[in-house]
Design a protein around this ligand. Structure first.
Ligand code: PRX
Length: 657
């Protein structure tokens, strides 16, 4: 399959699309042109879909680029927009959250119930002295209380930072300290593939060295015996028992920070991406409607964890602001059997399903009997996010899951963009497998060459030429890094860090990152962060970490390590280093392979040439420019060694069979 294979949106889908949806490319083009000619007017119309306590007096303040302000002077509250405004409608008793635990427990929260839980937690936090501006860390499993925690913080104007439960105590500590958080919301434990993940234990470990934290609120998920430190730790249930179910949502400035989400960058230190309230919520709600063709009766399931931006925008803020019924599942996709996801779709009659290409590739490997054994007839729209989807995986998704009747939205966006930026509009855009198609209305996406000149066709760097409401405002406490990271490469433009191709029809094909960020199963991991962890180990002299293509995960982590003179390479040392990375960052950073090498390829000025290492793990050859390399013999050794390692591993795998 190539760029010429086009799948028009299924006719019946277009006929029954929600009234807010574009139904033809002419609709899309009209919307796009209107947004391009009067962007502020266009976004103001979208912002008006939210409930504001005071209306803005200026749509956009771009007087000090790259620091944007949207809907200046307006006040609103994200939690009120996700909950309170539905309470005066029939939706008050609509299911807001359908939840299933990995152990098959089930719960349903209506909008009214969600409201009560959020208000009680907010009141309980107030009673602890927590208030607007105070920062919270949320380190929770996928339970409804995770959303409750986010919304209760938002209600009081306390910026939250959700840390993915797969991050280690050490990674949690770094984030707590960077944010100087006062409160941590967590749970005793959670389930993953039948095993208990001891979240509170990780919090205790992290808090040995986090002077800012005064309170820990612990949700009882499994009822495990855990240590509770008196005065600091509170059981969620005790703290909210008998507390008032009414809590006025704080009217907050449109630019009040809603959350900080840490993501990997090109240095060792994670970046605290700051999102504010009015603009972010505008983008979340608008994209929810345009891209997902959302209808009242939909059961919407985005499989992302709330620890990632997808979980923020399309598990919590977007769908709840739209009054949708959201499905949340606690555990692994293949537990207890590989059909768990299909079983959930069958049971809850899920109609919109949004997941990652990695998950799709893993399903393909497990075989068609699993989805074929379940009734998937409730599905009407499918989506993917997080990494490029290969056309073969797209085709499988289209046929085996969607039965050739569900459009697939391949959505491109980033933690920094706050919401979807490139995607088909499902009732309008003809799809090409592997292409995220075209930018959404209001998104001034441009490809540029290395000199920053906009190009119409071919390969270029993906940039955004105008501010958009959901854009990150800065990096937490680091305006300089924000400017440097995103706005310095091509003045006046936001640089996404991605490379893409635009074809003859104006379709975009995102090829991947143009920096040292590795996308493992759609999760963003910094090679440099793993390198700094490795060199902090007593055995390691130098390290270089790169990504190599992987059949399921998209990319896998390869670490090249030179050991200190007194240490000999061995399987034991490789295991020790892998475990060390898991301890310092989390299991998601465990390398696929550690290669022990005598030396790393470097430029004459001493810079490690990661590009060459990437070529070596991908092709075992180096075809690119090596003129700045200091010692070519290192590359020859590495590629030879790579081949030998592959042969040895191949032989080992053969023996096992
Ligand atoms: O390289 C792009 C890739 O994921 C990066 C953003 O990662 P993160 O901030 O973790 O957000 C992921 C979920 C929004 C992008 O710079 N990416 C994301 N979606 C796609 C994609 N690459 C290709 N196609 C996509 N649909």
């Amino acid at each position: 399959m190539n760029e010429t294979t086009v799948f028009p949106p299924p006719k019946h889908f277009t006929e029954q699309a929600a009234s807010a949806s574009a139904r033809s490319m002419a609709d899309y083009e009209r919307m796009y042109a209107a947004a391009a000619s009067e962007p502020e007017r266009f976004w103001a119309e979208q912002a008006a879909q939210l409930d504001w306590s005071a209306k803005w007096n200026k749509v956009l303040d771009w007087s000090k680029p790259p620091f944007a302000k949207w809907f200046v002077g307006g006040t609103l509250n994200a939690s009120a927009n996700c909950i309170d405004r539905h309470l005066s409608t029939w939706r008050r008793n609509k299911a807001a959250i359908l939840w299933e635990g990995e152990n098959f427990e089930q719960r349903t929260l209506t909008y009214q119930e969600l409201h009560r839980k959020v208000a009680k937690l907010a009141n309980a936090m107030k009673a602890l002295g927590l208030k607007k501006g105070v920062r919270s860390i949320i380190y929770m499993p996928m339970v409804p209380e995770a959303a409750v925690a986010m919304l209760a913080c938002a209600r009081l104007g306390m910026p939250h930072s959700v840390v993915f439960g797969g991050f280690s105590a050490e990674a949690l500590k770094t984030r707590i300290n960077d944010l100087e958080a006062t409160v941590v919301l967590t749970a005793d434990a959670s389930l993953r593939r039948g095993k208990e993940v001891l979240l509170k234990q990780n919090v205790d470990e992290a808090l040995k060295d986090c002077p800012s934290v005064q309170h820990v609120i612990v949700y009882k998920r499994l009822g495990r015996m855990i240590e509770m430190k008196q005065g600091r730790d509170h059981w969620w249930d005790d703290l909210t028992f008998g507390v008032s179910e009414v809590c006025q949502a704080e009217p907050l400035d449109s630019e009040h920070p809603l959350y900080v989400l840490y993501t990997s960058g090109t240095t060792g230190k994670p970046k605290g991406v700051v999102h504010t309230t009015g603009g972010y919520m505008t983008q979340a709600l608008a994209t929810m409607k345009w891209v997902f063709d959302l209808k009242e009766e939909d059961v919407f399931w985005c499989t992302a964890d709330i620890g990632w931006v997808t979980g923020h925008t399309y598990v919590v803020y977007g769908p709840l602001a739209a009054g949708a019924t959201v499905l949340m599942y606690e555990g692994a996709p293949d537990w207890p059997k590989p059909d768990r996801f299909w079983r959930i779709i069958e049971k809850y009659r899920v109609s919109i399903f949004y997941t990652s290409p990695t998950a799709i590739r893993a399903f393909i490997r497990q075989g068609d009997d699993w989805p074929n054994g379940r009734d998937l007839s409730s599905l009407r729209l499918l989506g993917t996010v997080g990494e490029p989807i290969n056309p073969a995986a797209w085709q499988w998704y289209w046929k085996t899951i969607g039965k050739e009747r569900c459009p697939i939205i391949d959505t491109w966006w980033q933690t920094e963009t706050g919401g979807i930026m490139i995607s088909p509009l499902p009732a309008a855009t003809p799809m090409k497998p592997g292409s995220a198609t075209k930018p959404l209305p209001g998104v001034a996406l441009e490809l540029v060459d290395e000199h920053g000149k906009a190009i119409d066709k071919g390969k270029g760097f993906l940039t955004i030429a105008r501010p958009w409401p959901g854009m990150l405002r800065t990096l937490y406490k680091d305006d300089e890094r924000f400017e440097q990271n995103y706005w310095s490469q091509y003045p006046g433009r936001y640089f996404t860090g991605d490379t893409a191709v635009r074809d003859e029809d104006g379709y975009l094909w995102v090829l991947g990152r143009n920096d040292d960020v590795i996308k493992v199963s759609g999760h963003r991991i910094s090679g440099v962060e793993i390198e700094s962890v490795l060199v902090a180990n007593k055995n390691v002299a130098e390290a270089a970490v790169v990504g190599a293509p992987h059949d399921i995960k998209g990319e896998a982590i390869h670490a090249f390590v030179t050991l200190k003179a007194n240490v000999q390479p061995s399987d034991a040392v490789a295991h020790e280093l892998s475990d060390w990375i898991v301890k310092e960052i989390g299991a998601l950073a465990r390398p696929e392979r550690i290669h022990f090498v005598a030396a790393l390829p470097k430029t004459r000025s001493g810079k490690i040439m990661r590009r060459l290492m990437r070529e070596i793990v991908t092709t075992h050859k180096v075809a690119g420019d090596t003129s700045t390399l200091e010692d070519y013999s290192v590359v020859v050794q590495l590629s030879q060694q790579g081949k030998e390692e592959d042969e040895i591993l191949g032989a080992k795998a053969g023996n096992k069979k």
